[in-house]
Design a protein around this ligand. Structure first.
Ligand SMILES: Cc1cc2nc3c(=O)[nH]c(=O)nc-3n(C[C@H](O)[C@H](O)[C@H](O)COP(=O)(O)OP(=O)(O)OC[C@H]3O[C@@H](n4cnc5c(N)ncnc54)[C@H](O)[C@@H]3O)c2cc1C
Length: 338
C-alpha cells in the first residue's frame, strides 16, 4: 500500500475544495486492505474511505487517514442464458463500467449512465436516476472490515437498500471497505421508460426498436442538458434528498400550491421534488458570496471556485431553514459532511 502525507484532496472532491488529508492511503487489492487493517489497529487514528469524492463536503482539513481502493478490475463470474454476473472492483469509475456493460449488451444499469463516482460508492449510495437504482442489479458486495481485517460478503438483502441508502451509511459499518461488487445484468433487454423525460425523448418511437446504447445516449444527452459538469463547475450533484411527507401534508401543500411536483409512494406517503421546493422558495440561481444554486437546477449547489466548505454548508443551511419556514417541510442533505 502507498501512504502519502499532507495530501491535497482538491481533485478528490467534486466541490474542488483545497482540503488537506494528513495521510492518504491508496490500496491496490484486498491483501493490501488486510495489511492496512492491522496497521490501523496499531495506529488508532481516525480514517475515512472515499471513492471519487463526488458526494462529499469537507468543512475542514482531515486529521487522519483518507483511504481509497484503486483497483478497477472486471471479472465475469458466470453466464446464464438470461443473465450474467460481473464482479467489478470498487475503484472502477462507475460510468466506465456502465459503458463496458452497454458495449457488451448487458442490460440493467444503462439508465444510470454518466453518474459520477466509483463502483464501490454505487452500493453505499444506492445511486439512482431515470427510474433505475443500483440495487435493482446488485447481487453481492464484498470487502474487508478494516477494524479486524476480516473479509465480508453481503447479499443484496443484507445491504438493506432504500432511497440513497444502504447499511454502509450506518456508523457501525463505516469500517467496512467495499472492494468488489457483483452486478447481475440481463441479456434480454427491455427499455426502462418509467421516467417521463426518457419516454418523451423517444416519443413516437417503437420501444422494441431501441438498443441499450440508444438509452445510454439519451440519458447522457438529457443529463448534459440539465446538470453542470462538476469538472467545470464544482458541485456534488443533488445537495438534498427529495423529502417524504404524509398524504395529509401533501394535500395541504397541493391546496396552496397546485403546481407542486410530487410522486405518490404508497397510499399514505408522497415524495416531494426538493428542486421544486427550493425553486419556489426563490433560491434557483441565487448567489451568496462564492456559492450559488445552479441556474438550471435548484437542487445543485455550486462553488464559483473560491468558496470554503463552511460557506457551502452555511448556504445549504439557509436553504434548509427557508424551505422549513415557507413549507414546513424538512429537507435532508444527500451530500455527506466531513
Ligand atoms: C454532477 C453530479 C451529478 C450526480 N448525479 C447523481 C445521480 O443522478 N444519482 C445519484 O444517485 N447520485 C448522483 N450524484 C452523486 C454521486 O455521484 C454519487 O453519490 C456517487 O455514488 C458518489 O460516488 P463517489 O465514488 O464519488 O463517492 P464518494 O463521494 O467518495 O463517497 C460517497 C460515500 O461512499 C463511501 N465509500 C466510497 N467508496 C467506498 C468503498 N470502497 N467502501 C466503502 N465505502 C465507500 C464514502 O465513505 C461515502 O460515505 C451526482 C454527483 C454529481 C457531482
Amino acid at each position: 500500500m502507498e501512504i502519502q502525507h499532507d495530501f491535497s484532496l482538491k481533485t478528490y472532491n467534486s466541490f474542488a475544495l483545497d482540503i488537506k488529508a494528513k495521510h492518504f492511503v491508496s490500496l491496490k487489492n484486498k491483501a493490501e486492505a488486510k495489511e492496512l487493517a492491522s496497521f490501523m489497529q496499531k495506529e488508532k487514528s481516525k480514517f475515512f474511505i472515499i471513492g471519487g469524492g463526488t458526494n462529499l463536503l469537507f468543512t475542514q482539513d482531515f486529521d487522519g487517514y483518507i483511504i481509497r481502493f484503486e483497483n478497477q478490475e472486471i471479472e465475469i463470474l458466470q453466464q446464464e442464458p438470461n443473465h450474467i454476473d460481473i464482479c467489478v472492483a470498487a475503484g472502477r469509475e462507475w460510468d466506465s463500467f456502465v459503458d463496458y456493460c452497454v458495449k457488451n449488451n448487458y442490460a440493467g444499469i444503462e439508465n444510470l449512465s454518466l453518474i459520477p463516482g466509483d463502483c464501490g460508492s454505487s452500493v453505499v449510495q444506492n445511486i439512482g436516476a431515470y427510474g433505475a437504482e443500483a440495487k435493482d442489479c446488485i447481487e453481492e458486495v464484498r470487502g474487508i472490515n478494516l477494524e479486524n481485517g476480516k473479509a465480508f460478503s453481503f447479499s443484496k438483502e443484507e445491504c438493506r437498500f432504500d432511497y440513497r441508502y444502504s447499511i454502509f451509511k450506518e456508523k457501525e459499518y463505516s469500517n467496512f471497505l467495499i472492494s468488489h461488487v457483483v452486478y447481475r445484468l440481463k441479456k434480454d433487454f427491455i427499455p426502462n421508460f418509467t421516467y417521463a423525460a426518457l419516454s418523451s425523448y423517444f416519443a413516437g418511437k417503437d420501444s422494441m426498436s431501441l438498443s441499450i446504447s440508444d438509452i445510454r445516449h439519451a440519458v447522457i444527452s438529457i443529463r448534459e442538458s440539465k446538470l453542470p459538469d462538476h469538472k467545470e463547475i464544482p458541485n456534488a450533484g443533488s445537495f438534498f434528498k427529495n423529502p417524504v411527507v404524509s398524504k395529509d401534508k401533501y394535500e395541504q401543500l397541493k391546496a396552496v400550491y397546485p403546481d407542486i411536483v410530487a410522486f405518490s409512494l404508497d397510499e399514505n406517503n408522497y415524495k416531494l421534488a426538493a428542486a421544486w421546493l427550493i425553486d419556489k422558495a426563490g433560491w434557483k440561481g441565487k448567489q451568496k458570496g462564492n456559492v450559488a444554486t445552479h441556474q438550471k437546477q435548484a437542487l445543485v449547489i455550486i462553488n464559483n471556485g473560491k468558496a470554503s466548505g463552511n460557506e457551502i454548508l452555511e448556504f445549504s443551511q439557509d436553504i434548509l431553514e427557508d424551505v422549513m419556514k415557507k413549507f414546513d417541510v424538512q429537507l435532508n442533505r444527500e451530500v455527506i459532511l466531513i
